[in-house]
Structure formats: structure tokens, C-alpha cells
Design a protein. Structure first.
Length: 182
């Protein structure tokens, strides 16, 4: 209980005034692995100067040239962040709450999803994982129940389901299949 209270206190060091009229706020994930710091003047924390690091002070997203916080939560914590990488990709991370538990994570190029995109339940369990190429689903796609068991599994090709998709009940038993044209 004491460690939970300590984490809660560390999770959001509310407004700490800097000597030059700026405000600095710090947010930490419950496990301390992500640290987000914003420094801003006035009430505009959305357009603040933000930095994200790991618990050791290293960049949270290596190769990040800059970032933009697109959405703030009710307590001023970052909810949606785009990290602009030095290889011309963007990494999009959404957080569930002020403890910065990841909600979704994936990359894009020129505004189109590319590579693996993953989403998570509030408890940290993976909710889904799918691959994208030029903004369209491509390859394996998995969706899970909150208990971690598969909900359905299938394949995409050029944005369309293909082959045999498997559907499961919450206990992990195969409940049915569906065939899609290849």
C-alpha cells in the first residue's frame, strides 16, 4: 500500500514553478518506466515543450528528433503522442491514463500505418496486434480477450481478410471458423 501511494505521488508531481514564470510537470508510469516532462508558460500545456525518457533518463523512443502531444487527459497528462523519428517514420503512442499505461503503439510513414500496431487493455494485457503496409492491413491479425486468450485470429492481404479465420470463446475453446476468399 505504501509503495502504491509513493507511485501515486511520483506519478504526477503537480505544478512545480520554475524561476522564469514557466511551469514544469512530470508524469511517470506506475512502474516508473516512462517519464514525461512538460515545461510551459501560462495555461497552454498542450503546446508545451515535452520530453519523454525512460527511468534512466534515456530517450523513451530512440531516434526521435521531435515529438508532438496531440491530446491531454483530464489531469493534464499526455494521452496521444507522435514521435518524429530520424528515419522519416512517426511512432504513435496512446496512453490510457495519467499512469501512462500504453493503449496503442505503432508506426506510420507519410500518415499511413506501417509495420506492427499493437493495442492494450488498461491492465496491460495485449488487446490486438496487426501488421500494416502503406496504410492497409497485411499479414497476421490477432485479437485477444482481456484474460489474454485469443478472441479471433486471421490473415489480411491488401486490407481484406483472407483464408481461414478462427474464433474462440473466453475459455480459449475454438468456437468457429470463417473462410474468406484468397
Amino acid at each position: 500500500m505504501k509503495s502504491r501511494i509513493l507511485i501515486l505521488i511520483l506519478a504526477c508531481l503537480l505544478t512545480a514553478a520554475c524561476g522564469n514564470g514557466e511551469t514544469r510537470r512530470e508524469f511517470r508510469s506506475a512502474d516508473g518506466s516512462v517519464v514525461a516532462v512538460c515545461t510551459y508558460t501560462g495555461d497552454d500545456s498542450l503546446h508545451a515543450q515535452w520530453t519523454f525518457t525512460d527511468a534512466n533518463g534515456n530517450p523513451y523512443v530512440p531516434g526521435c528528433d521531435s515529438l508532438k502531444v496531440l491530446e491531454l487527459g483530464s489531469e493534464g497528462h499526455p494521452m496521444t503522442v507522435v514521435f518524429y523519428l530520424n528515419d522519416h517514420r512517426q511512432r504513435h503512442i496512446q496512453f490510457h491514463d495519467k499512469y501512462m499505461q500504453r493503449r496503442s503503439d505503432g508506426y506510420s510513414v507519410d500518415g499511413l500505418r506501417t509495420g506492427t500496431w499493437t493495442s492494450f487493455f488498461p491492465n496491460g494485457t495485449m488487446q490486438s496486434e496487426g501488421n500494416y503496409f502503406a496504410g492497409r492491413e497485411e499479414g497476421p491479425y490477432k485479437v485477444f480477450y482481456e484474460n489474454g486468450r485469443p478472441f479471433y485470429l486471421g490473415q489480411y492481404h491488401d486490407g481484406h481478410p483472407t483464408g481461414t479465420w478462427e474464433f474462440y470463446d473466453e475459455d480459449g475453446n475454438l468456437a468457429g471458423t470463417k473462410e474468406y476468399d484468397k
